[in-house]
Design a protein around this ligand. Structure first.
Ligand code: GTP
Ligand code: MG
Length: 198
């Protein structure tokens, strides 16, 4: 996929600030520190467009990035952030619910840590995507931290825990090796109904 342009458009909490055009949006969800912002930067081949941090809780707002003037990547705060206060948790749920209700999400990408069994929050997020009938792609992050054998086993366990069919796909990714980079781009574009040469 040729990235002709990738621009930060806005950070939003309130729906009144979401982009008003009707371009398709791809939302990236996952627990805090799973690697959402890193994944976005890596797919776009741009350092630090989305902010990355060693400390969980870096992304606090909905961040809209316009790609090739054609569609949006939306980086959202991670859930399961241990230090979040009750008020922050409530704000988070409200923000996510309002965003999901906004109607412009064409595709969800759920990022799961390849080394972990999905948490309660991961399972909730997965169920939430299913309940809202959004198309969903699941990516396992930080694949470089596992051997091929470990990855194979983890995929099996994660599938089991989500209750996926054998045929349903889990794709691993690593910002180091960029494994599956092109395939993931194909699926992202297919998911929003844009088809052109990668
Ligand atoms: P929040 O904004 O807190 O929700 O986190 P996030 O999901 O956006 O995670 P972020 O991209 O900030 O990455 C968290 C940490 O994981 C950073 O230290 C990244 O460098 C690291 N990381 C992300 N992807 C990979 C990967 O593929 N491999 C390795 N080894 N580290 C990664
Ligand atoms: Mg982030």
């Amino acid at each position: 996929m040729k990235i002709k342009s990738a621009k930060f458009i806005t950070s939003a909490v309130d729906p009144s600030v979401y982009p008003k055009d009707n371009l398709p949006q791809i939302v990236f969800a996952g627990r805090s520190n799973v690697g959402k912002s890193s994944f976005i930067n890596s797919m776009l081949n741009i350092k630090n467009l989305a902010r990355v941090s060693q400390t969980p809780g870096k992304t606090r707002l909905l961040n809209f990035f316009l790609i090739n003037e054609q569609f949006y990547f939306v980086d959202i705060p991670g859930y399961g952030y241990a230090k979040a206060s009750k008020v922050q948790l409530l704000d988070f749920s409200k923000m996510i619910e309002e965003y999901f209700a906004s109607g412009n999400i064409s595709l969800g990408v759920l990022l799961l840590d390849s080394r972990r069994i999905p948490s309660e929050d991961d399972l909730l997020m997965y169920e939430y995507f299913k309940a809202t009938k959004k198309k969903l792609l699941i990516i396992l992050t930080k694949a470089d931290k596992l051997s091929n054998n470990q990855l194979f086993n983890q995929k099996r366990l994660i599938k089991q825990s989500l209750g996926l069919e054998k045929s349903e796909m889990l794709l691993e990714y690593s910002t180091n090796s960029k494994v599956n980079h092109d395939l993931i781009w194909n699926l992202l574009l297919e998911g929003i109904g844009i088809d052109y040469e990668i």
